[in-house]
Design a protein around this ligand. Sequence first.
Ligand code: SF4
Length: 387
Amino acid sequence: MRPGEPAFPFRQFIVKMHGRCNLACRYCYLYEGPDHGWRTRPAATPPAVLEHTARRIGEHARTHGSTALSLVLHGGEPLLAGAGTLARFTDRVRHLAPDGCTVHATVQTNATLLTERRLAVLARHGIRVGISLDGGLPEHNTLRTDRAGRPSWPAATRGARLIAAHHPRAYAGILTVVDPATDPVELYESLLALRPPALDLLLPHGNWTSPPLRWAAGATPYGDWLCAVFDRWWGAGRRETRVRLFEECLALLLGLPAATESLGLAPFDAVVVETDGSIEQVDSLKSCYAGAAETGLDVFRHGFDEALGHPGIAARQAGAAALAADCRACPLLTVCGGGHYAHRYRAGQGFANPSVYCADLQRFIRHVAGRLAGAAAGPAASEGGAP
Ligand code: SF4
């Protein structure tokens, strides 16, 4: 978006259904990071916040003639709000959305509270379930514990298996944060055993001021890890599961549009509503500094159109114009897009920097491009085929 152009409407509404979590994962950037705003907000989202949020979403969709939007029921742990609350809120958003606007609802959960009864409620109300795990084996999940230090894995794997067995159509997939200390192929295959229709592989939040673990200038542990999983996925010869990062990277390399927060130059279109009704930018910014996600707006007094005018959101809709000079001159610009916005931060300089993962992203994108070029050149040049 250039100055003077209309802003790109929000299409992804991330609503905090509960502000606390039943786990205390030791690396959690939300509860262990620099932003402590959650401490002063309500734990359970009050009904009035949910009602105003639903009305504001409907209003925004109507104003912009939206034909589809994504409703992400988030937390904390959103199932602490109760499956019935999630269902009633989703129904209300659908009711208030304009005719012809499809509301795709997903709950993002740690899976420990998934029961047959709760899953049945979610499935009946058309809410798909995304699960957060660090891998498909107990040893991958040792940092995911409750406050007493007890492992979450037994309950989480029970929840994951319940949904795979009984509600596969409501299974959205698994979200996993990359840890280069793990064996990439073993971790990927362990997740496959939980039968996810899709995987989201996310780089851990870090920036130039607080670099990620195992980060060293010029080294590419995260890129190497992603390349190893990509080769395993690509070489399967059939689609075992979708891996969004890989599919988006391939699409961008082919010049196709892609909608991901991690790559590319597409305008960012997500907004968050906190448990007190505050309208915020996405949580990942909270890994940078306290208050980084704040807009000063709330659903009681402001519509989402006002959030579109916030400088932080406008910057994320400005494409290449808002990037660092190094990124604008980079041959990988249209695929990389400077990487995830939160990973560009440096204290005193803001976000106009390449990603702290620049070397990893270059390693990964060039590798995928090489495999794609090999496939285009024919089977002799490529081991395996595109799933
Ligand atoms: S982050 Fe690095 S790889 Fe990505 S566009 Fe910027 S300079 Fe290029």
